[in-house]
Structure formats: C-alpha cells, structure tokens
Design a binder for this molecule. Sequence first.
Ligand SMILES: Cc1cc2nc3c(=O)[nH]c(=O)nc-3n(C[C@H](O)[C@H](O)[C@H](O)COP(=O)(O)OP(=O)(O)OC[C@H]3O[C@@H](n4cnc5c(N)ncnc54)[C@H](O)[C@@H]3O)c2cc1C
Length: 298
Amino acid sequence: MINHIVIIGASVSGHNIALKIRDKHKGCKITLISEEGYPAYDHLKLADFISGTIEEKDIFLCSEDDYLKRDINFIKNKKVKSLNTQKGSVYFKDKGSIDYNILVIASGRSPVIPDIPGARKEGAYRLYVLDDAKELLKRYIAHPVCIVGSNSLSLKIAEAILEKYGVEVKVLSRTTFDSSDIPPKTEIISDCLSEVIGEGEIQAVKLKSGKALGVCAVLFMDDYKSNIDFLKDTDILVQDDFVIVNGWMATNHDNIFACGSVVRKDSVVISLMLADNIINRLDKEDSRDAKVYSPGTI
Ligand SMILES: Cc1cc2nc3c(=O)[nH]c(=O)nc-3n(C[C@H](O)[C@H](O)[C@H](O)COP(=O)(O)OP(=O)(O)OC[C@H]3O[C@@H](n4cnc5c(N)ncnc54)[C@H](O)[C@@H]3O)c2cc1C
C-alpha cells in the first residue's frame, strides 16, 4: 500500500517536513494543504515586505512548480474544516475530502481580533499572513498607526511602518521592551484597547484608561490562538490551546503528528526531526512489505 502523508499548513514547518520526507522517501504520496493562495513563505520577512526592502517574490521559500517537480501535491486556497480520525479523512470547508495514512498538523497560531466595538472596521485587522500585509499596503497611511502587540514582531512591524510611511506608531503592550529595541517614532503604551472609533475611516482608538489616541489604522498582533478548530469533534488531545505531543511529536493517535507553533516546542529542528521520524516509519513499513511480498521470502 502506498502511504499518503497529508500535511495541514504550508508554512515553515509544513513545507520543511514535506521537502525532507520527499528528499529521503520517493515511494510515498505527499499532500501539503494551505488555506492561503501561495506556496510557503517566510513569515519573518513580512516586515521587510511592508517596509519595501524586499519584493513579494523574495519572501517565498519555493514556487508551486518546485512542489510539482518534487511530486508534492500542493493544495492551495483550501481550508480544512474537520477530521475523521477513524476513517483517516480530512474535510475541506467548501467541499471535498482527502484520505491520509499519516497526518501532520502544522496549522500554526494566529492573532485574534478582540471582541470590542469597532474592531472590525475597515483599517482594523490582524497582521498574520501575506494577504494581511497586502491589505495594509493598499491603505493610505498619513497618520499614526496603532499596533496591539506584546512581542518582538510588533516592533519589527512598527519599524517597517515607520520606514514605509514615516508615521508614528503607538504599540499597546502588556510587556516591557528593552529601550534599545524600540524603533524611533514608536511609543510603547502599557494599556489595553477598549474601542476603535471612526465613521467609515478609523480616526482614533480609546484605551481602558479612558485616554484616546488619534490613529488611522489598527493592527492586531496579540492574543495568538492555535488554528485548530478542525480538531473540535476529534479526541486529539489539546491543552491550553496547544496540541499535546510526545517526544516523537505524535499526538494521542500514533499516525497523527503535530509541529510548529501549534505545539509548545516550536522550532525548525523539531520539524525536521519529525520528518526523520516519519521517514524511519515509512522505511520500516517498506522493508516489512518487501519481506511479505518478496518472492524469495519463506
Ligand atoms: C509578521 C511576522 C513576523 C514574525 N517574526 C518572528 C521572529 O522574528 N522570530 C520568530 O521566532 N518568529 C516570528 N514570527 C512567528 C513565526 O513566523 C512563526 O513562529 C512560524 O511562522 C510558525 O510556523 P508554523 O509553520 O507553525 O505556522 P504558521 O507560519 O502560522 O503557518 C500555518 C499555516 O497553516 C495554514 N492554515 C491554518 N489553518 C488552516 C486550515 N484550517 N486549513 C488549511 N491551512 C491552514 C495558514 O494559512 C498558514 O499558512 C513572525 C510572524 C509574523 C506573522
């Protein structure tokens, strides 16, 4: 039987796993699924793309052609909606399904848009994927921008906005940053957002302290949540919003693995270790099948 490895999420983790497995194992089928319309790209370069330091083509880790050449079935613009772990099937949001023998969950974590008045106004959105960065670049920005974000990514994006538009950035943060890391024209404010104000266009944000800041856009880069809604009706174990895995990155199903930011131990090295683990397993199955089917076997 030909093994079918299905990977949900074509970002750094999913992409690396697909390539490494294919490099070492030619006899399996590999499907890499992304809800985005692009092959894998480097999220860390989104800030450089926004600032204009690099072009869109420079952020991709490969082209769709590269997947084709490597015999990796790349499915784009398809959101996984649910799983049936008994049948070994992945179901898509629009329609259709795909069966797997081995499943890898590499769907990452994305910032949540908070449930506050005005948070869904035009110009207030999360910054996570390439399309979000493109949306931001479509806007006319001539006034300060507010970033809701407590990690170093927020500062990278603040710096990119300053470079691109020359405007001030107000970062609402729950953490304190080293002053040497804070870009010029960036103010770190230790407060929370309570409302986004403006008729049509955003004009200001109101903070919990009652203070108001005049801004023309709001970027949500905080409160990250794992993209694992598709696990809802399964018995795959999740704790504190992270998929639980053992040292081999296997979930409580021995043919379902998880890696990247949906697990607590996120690193490229771990993703590659998981690929090795899957390759070993495929090699073992191949040699077992060879023993069973070899005409010379007694
Ligand atoms: C602007 C920015 C800057 C960053 N800078 C840094 C940094 O400096 N240092 C650092 O360590 N980290 C940084 N990060 C975080 C880093 O990019 C992540 O840790 C890394 O991308 C995690 O990779 P991943 O493969 O686990 O998941 P992700 O990169 O989150 O990708 C998951 C993929 O799965 C897809 N997906 C999700 N749900 C579904 C579904 N239901 N169906 C189909 N596809 C789905 C998503 O569209 C996405 O393509 C940054 C992130 C951003 C956005």
